[in-house]
Design a protein around this ligand. Structure first.
Ligand code: G3P
Ligand code: CA
Length: 381
């Protein structure tokens, strides 16, 4: 090659490199306006509970396979102090306990009417392990009822560990301590046990892919004195949305978990969006992350209740919460949550509504790599 040709390749290489840098910067800047980064979280609510009985390894695995970043085990204690994944302390609605242990109930009252309840704290783990999960909602598939065991927290940790070994993917866990005061009254408070189990898997500080959440405050305040694992305050009242309350939360948690309508309220019928609240902005101003719950795309009698205000389009609902600026969403439908996240995440292949399926930075790389390679080959000669 002569000197002119060498100059040509060098110039082309420099131009391509500049294009790549400018393209990447442009995408980054555009991203801050309409995109989200990869830290945005798709949290599989009780696993992929829209598709499999909630809180089963099958529900968690399904969610992982479909792109969830975190899986959410709600936790209650057994009689012998094991942490199992259930949404309530009473388990007759989501297991076959009534058939397997017909006499092991307690009588209580619901709206003045006597009802029978079977409580996890009346059963040992060995007994719990004889049960099988069932779908709680009538409008969801019952094809998997009777198939799956009730998992322990430890089994959930094992599941994500195996996924990591097999695929390299880090799946986070987002345990919720259910009814901490009631557990405490029974002498079954489990905050220390929870931390011990997590520590057994190396989850000890803020870098761990773990968030511990609760609706109650005392247990979170206690946990804040015992661990650096990130904590999240779930919110249940309008009072919690006040800036003064948020400031208080900030003293012991990393983020907040508001109900969907605390971010995007609707009219009473639920079919029209009202103006967004200032909650996300207020929280962010204080340095609190916001993980909203719970995005569901179904409802009784196929009413698609929660989607009504979003043009009855499930994906529009997910998009609206991303546009509202939340940092993650809990959803029973993590496949949809992950798909919509994919439309917005910068630096990843965009989905059908996020562009051509090839980002500007990857286009830049496509141009840059062969030209740069050509220049290198030339230099070697
Ligand atoms: O933990 C977030 C969300 O799950 C709170 O609702 O009742 O489903 O635990 P719940
Ligand atoms: Ca929960």
């Amino acid at each position: 090659m002569n000197g002119a040709m060498e100059m040509f390749w060098r110039k082309l290489g420099k131009i391509a490199a500049s294009c790549w840098i400018v393209g990447t910067l442009a995408v980054g800047l555009a991203g801050s306006a309409w995109g989200i980064d990869e830290n945005f979280l798709v949290i599989a609510h009780r696993g992929a509970s829209g598709y499999r009985p909630e809180h089963t390894l099958a529900a968690y695995q399904w969610a992982i396979d479909k792109g969830a970043d975190f899986i959410e085990p709600d936790l209650v204690s057994t009689k012998d102090g094991y942490l199992i994944c259930r949404h309530e302390m009473n388990i007759e609605g989501t297991t076959d306990v009534e058939e397997k242990f017909p006499d092991r109930y307690r009588e209580t009252e619901l709206d003045g009417v006597p009802v029978k309840r079977w409580y996890a704290y009346d059963f040992t783990l060995a007994e719990i392990k004889t049960l099988r999960a069932k779908e709680r909602l009538e409008n969801r598939s019952h094809a998997y009822d009777g198939l799956y065991e009730i998992p322990t927290l430890q089994e959930v940790c094992e599941l994500v560990k195996k996924v990591k070994e097999k695929t390299g993917r880090t799946i986070g866990i987002y345990p919720e301590t259910k009814s901490p005061t009631a557990h405490k009254e029974l002498g079954l408070d489990f905050e220390d046990e929870l931390l011990e189990i997590l520590a057994g898997y190396g989850y000890v500080d803020a870098s761990a892919p773990v968030f511990i959440q609760s609706f109650e405050t005392d247990n979170l305040k206690y946990l804040a004195t015992k661990t650096k694992i990130r904590l999240v305050q779930l919110m249940s009242s309008a009072e919690d949305m006040k800036v003064e309350r948020l400031k208080e939360f900030k003293t012991y948690v990393y983020g907040i978990g508001p109900y969907t309508k605390m971010v995007l309220p609707t009219n009473e019928k639920g079919d029209t969006l009202l103006s967004p609240t200032s909650l996300v902005e207020d929280a962010h101003n204080l340095g609190l992350k916001v993980h909203v719950w719970t995005l569901r795309v179904d409802g009784p009698n196929n009413e698609y209740r929660d989607v009504a205000a979003f043009k009855k389009d499930p994906k529009e609902m997910f998009r609206a919460f991303i546009a509202a600026g939340v940092d993650g969403y809990f959803t029973d439908f993590p496949d949809l949550g992950a798909e919509v996240k994919g439309e917005y995440v910068i630096g990843k292949t965009a989905g059908k509504n996020g562009g051509s399926g090839c980002t500007a930075s990857s286009l830049g790389a496509l141009l840059f790599v062969p030209i740069f390679a050509g220049a290198c080959i030339f230099r070697k000669r």
